[in-house]
Design a binder for this molecule. Sequence first.
Ligand SMILES: *[C@@H]1O[C@H](CO)[C@@H](O)[C@H](O)[C@H]1NC(C)=O
Ligand SMILES: *[C@@H]1O[C@H](CO)[C@@H](O)[C@H](O)[C@H]1NC(C)=O
Length: 231
Amino acid sequence: MRQPPMWPLLLLLPAFLAATAADASGIPPAAPPMTPWPERYHAVLVTNLTARGGRLEVFDTYYDWARGGDLTRVREQLAGGGDPPARIVQWANGTAYQIDAAASSCRAFQFATGGLLPPDWKKARAGAAYLGRARADGFDCHVWSNRLFARYYEDVATGRPVAWKFTGIDEERHVLSFEPGRVLEDSSMWQAPAYCFDGSNGGDGQGSSRAHLLVSSRLAGATGAAASFGQ
Ligand SMILES: *[C@@H]1O[C@H](CO)[C@@H](O)[C@H](O)[C@H]1NC(C)=O
Ligand SMILES: *[C@@H]1O[C@H](CO)[C@@H](O)[C@H](O)[C@H]1NC(C)=O
């Protein structure tokens, strides 16, 4: 009988993490000095969803800890695509909006335990573990893991993020460019439009659990534990 596809991954992951977090002597690798994320950055990422039946997407992400949020414009592979592209705005308080201005549609989500990852998320108090060194995308990397990332690869030479894989879902992201300090020039993009709040365009947050998974997996800093508004 076929197993549900997620089970083997979920069962193997903790053992795999444990196995890589300690060398043969059982001693975990000593963590390097922590490189915090800059308080603001702009990154372009290729997101690979093929392992769970999706395609590729390009994420144009602005992380802005000082503003208390991050904003991602999503371009899907070979999609006819609306213009402007759909965007996701996520706030540190756990509220997130998925906005498609071309279709005047919006979905609002409330993540129960949530918010953005802070710049210093690799500190142990945030539940991050250092797993040692490995190559990713041709870079020699420090590897970290936390509640969100099964694997986070950081370039040893520069401290820049190279790639990450999410915990519990088959999704990986590869960093094409990383610009510390860069902010989105059009700050109006952060504002959720009125139709997110008038309840007429699916902005009532009554999304299905499938929609929650979709959004939670797309939100780089979210915990993945989502609850819709009104629950
Ligand atoms: C995407 O992920 C799949 C499955 O892990 C892999 O076979 C494929 O090479 C990846 N494609 C890209 C463009 O990274
Ligand atoms: C969270 O913060 C955003 C941005 O300030 C705001 O729009 C939203 O209403 C807040 N959510 C909650 C639940 O307070």
